[in-house]
Design a protein around this ligand. Structure first.
Ligand code: G3P
Length: 226
């Protein structure tokens, strides 16, 4: 399973890369806005840091021509650009043109149903992003949607990767992995939580305490050379 970071924060990206657990980045307009930086400048820095790992950059146009124009422009920013396109009628038309005519990798975002995921796969998306946390927020089972999409994609051997998004806690990651989702994109805080277990901390503290009781090695007698 691949781990993507859902962030536009440079320091978080550098830390995840240093840990060796960074398979890609997803951004969105809200995450970009949080940085307070001009988008092109920020995106190009991220692309360079993580290359050749994929970085999803989202279009903000809402019409087909605008999305295609923006997607073509974004794709020139780096070899690792994945253009993120929302699940709308215009978005699916743009996805088909950008992926099939121009060979650009597309991540279809804001997916909340299995039928939307089928459309994304048929349009030629490389990734589909079901937002599980936002479904949980409105009282629906986000993980059930992942199970449905994984099943359906297997039925038809779709090559589109299931990119589990809107991940809020480590159990989302575990469940996504159990279901065989290809990717989980998570906030930095969730990635950091994956390392943690209270019994690990407690066990390590006890080992280090006990280590202090292990006698130091006996000193070797000095042999005097004549
Ligand atoms: O990048 C899209 C998605 O992961 C957003 O998550 O927490 O805003 O629902 P969230």
């Amino acid at each position: 399973m691949k781990f993507f970071l859902d962030t536009a924060m440079i320091e978080e990206i550098k830390q995840a890369k240093a840990w060796g657990f960074l398979d890609g980045i997803t951004t969105n307009p809200s995450l970009a806005a949080k940085t307070g930086r001009p988008f092109e400048d920020l995106a190009k820095e991220i692309l360079k840091i993580v290359a050749p790992a994929p970085v999803s950059l989202e279009v903000v146009a809402t019409d087909v021509d605008g999305m295609i124009r923006e997607g073509l422009n974004l794709a020139q920013w780096g070899i690792n650009v994945v253009v993120k396109i929302p699940m709308t009628e215009a978005g699916m038309a743009a996805t088909q043109t950008l992926s099939q005519k121009h060979g650009i990798r597309i991540n279809v975002t804001l997916v909340f149903s299995a039928n939307q995921a089928i459309l994304a796969a048929k349009a030629g998306a490389s990734y589909v992003s079901p937002f599980i946390g936002r479904l949980d927020d409105v009282g629906q089972d986000g993980m059930k949607l992942i199970a449905e999409i994984v099943d359906i994609y297997k039925n038809y051997s779709f090559s589109t990767q299931v990119l589990v998004a809107s991940v809020r806690h480590p159990m989302h990651v575990t469940e996504a992995a159990r279901l065989g989702a290809h990717v989980a994109t998570m906030p930095f805080g969730v990635l950091r939580q994956l390392f943690k277990h209270p019994l690990t901390d407690k066990g390590l503290a006890a080992f280090l305490e006990d280590w202090k009781k292990v006698p130091a090695p006996a000193k070797q007698p000095q042999t005097s050379k004549v």
